[in-house]
Design a protein around this ligand. Structure first.
Ligand SMILES: [Zn+2]
Length: 276
């Protein structure tokens, strides 16, 4: 149900944004991405459409024009002050965050948190969905992992930390949490942090749910929230409650940031009118 809103969003002039923000009573948005690349990525392209560098730059230009780039710790303050702002995050710790994304964000002075899966750091393993995508193309995943090195290394992450980027955990193996017991979920979430902390310093406990939190038991969401400073979900512009912040998926469609964000404002307003 995203597309009709994004088509409508692409037709709305940006000048209408303040009116939409007022109508939705939402001022801080949290867009998130996974990968940015100019060439097709064999492990990702069969699963979803990622941005090219030029598309990503255009997104950042539109966002910074209409929203102030802020750090996660400022979300509440800006929302309460009704000041339009965006808090950017990336998931999955892919190497393009180091090679393509970080330099663009530095140039545009946009802070960002990147969420890592401990099992894949230093290219020791590959997410199961990437393995499936490669298998369909008859590509040997171990060979691919060794040759392409699709993830960041700890050395790169440490360098990015020195350059001001922040990192959080995204579970050890990126499983579907709804298929796991609460204990198994906690083992994945906390185990990831423990493993990451052997290699990098994590001054804050930030977590993003692998595959989002929408199919999780509210009790499980509460427990994860309780063990972290801030947790990030994927229910777009819906209020998270407590220390859960929802994010808007920017990958997956060819729609621009303007179309997606404006469309999500329209969707949120429609949702509030129908349900709240
Ligand atoms: Zn992920």
């Amino acid at each position: 149900m995203r597309y009709p809103f994004y088509i409508a969003g692409s037709m709305f002039p940006s000048i209408a944004l303040p009116g939409l923000q007022k109508a939705a009573n939402r001022y801080v948005i949290c867009p998130f991405y996974h990968a940015v690349s100019d060439k097709p990525l064999p492990h990702i392209s069969p699963l979803y459409r990622h941005r090219t560098e030029q598309e990503f730059r255009a997104d950042m230009e539109w966002l910074t024009e209409h929203f102030e780039p802020i750090r996660w710790s400022d979300i509440d303050r800006y929302e309460k002050a009704k000041k339009p702002a965006f808090c950017l995050t990336f998931d999955d710790g892919l190497k393009e965050f180091y090679t393509i994304v970080a330099p663009v964000l530095e140039e545009k002075k946009i802070p960002c948190v990147c969420f890592l899966n401990s099992a894949f750091m230093d290219n020791r393993d590959l997410m199961f969905r990437y393995k499936e995508a490669l298998a369909k193309q008859q590509i040997d995943w171990q060979h691919f992992l060794e040759n392409e090195q699709p993830y960041m290394t700890y050395a790169q992450v440490r360098e990015l930390q020195e350059r001001g980027f922040e990192f959080g955990s995204h579970s050890m193996n990126h499983p579907h949490f709804y298929k796991l017991s609460l204990n198994e979920q906690l083992n994945e979430a906390i185990g990831c942090e423990k493993e990451l902390e052997k290699h990098i310093h994590l001054p804050h406990r930030l977590f993003s749910f692998p595959f989002g939190q929408e199919y999780l038991d509210p009790v499980a969401i509460k427990v994860h929230s309780g063990t972290h400073e801030l947790v990030f979900g994927t229910a777009n512009m819906r209020p998270g409650g407590g220390n859960l912040v929802n994010r808007i998926a920017m990958d997956g469609t060819g729609f621009s940031a303007r179309a997606v964000i404006t469309g999500e404002y329209l969707r949120e307003i429609a949702h509030q009118r129908l349900h709240d």
